[in-house]
Write a new protein. Structure first.
Length: 155
């Protein structure tokens, strides 16, 4: 939870980096209710199975789970309700064109506070094949072993 320039990371989607090639990143605001913001401040959200969808010229975040706020009663919302993302119409239309024509997916990467506002980092991503996932895992293991060997050698 590093703070820099008023930015506090709340959650990140590590699975997205394993499943997709990240092409472009975008920052979007998110439309939330009061108890949802309080739950996010407490760190009670999950991005694991979430994804973005463009419907009627609007961008929605689906399957992001925000746990109900403990002290909220009737004001708590459905934890899995679709949340509207706030971006410029021009950006949304560009994303829609790329998603429809070139087979990209919109995937949320992280949720963070930026000067007390909740922001979502979304990515234009292309899916990896199984052999690509194996290759990236092998690269990561090789790098880890090299770092370990260099550390032992320097000691």
């Amino acid at each position: 939870m590093a703070r820099q320039d008023g930015v506090k990371l709340v959650a990140s989607n590590k699975k997205a980096f394993h499943e997709y090639y990240i092409e472009e990143r975008y920052e979007a605001g998110i439309e939330l209710f009061g108890t949802e913001v309080k739950s996010i401040r407490a760190g009670k959200l999950s991005l694991k199975e979430s994804w973005c969808e463009i419907r009627h010229g609007e961008l929605f975040l689906k399957q992001m789970h925000i746990s109900p706020y403990e002290h909220g009663s009737f004001s708590n919302r459905d934890p899995l309700r679709p949340k509207r993302l706030l971006m410029h119409k021009k950006e949304i239309m560009q994303l829609m064109g790329k998603v429809q024509q070139q087979g990209y997916a919109l995937v949320p990467l992280s949720v963070y506070f930026k000067n007390s506002r909740v922001k979502v980092e979304i990515a234009l991503a292309k899916g990896k094949k199984i052999h690509d996932k194996r290759a990236s895992a092998a690269e990561k293991d090789a790098k880890r072993q090299m770092d370990r060997a260099m550390k032992e050698r320097n000691q």
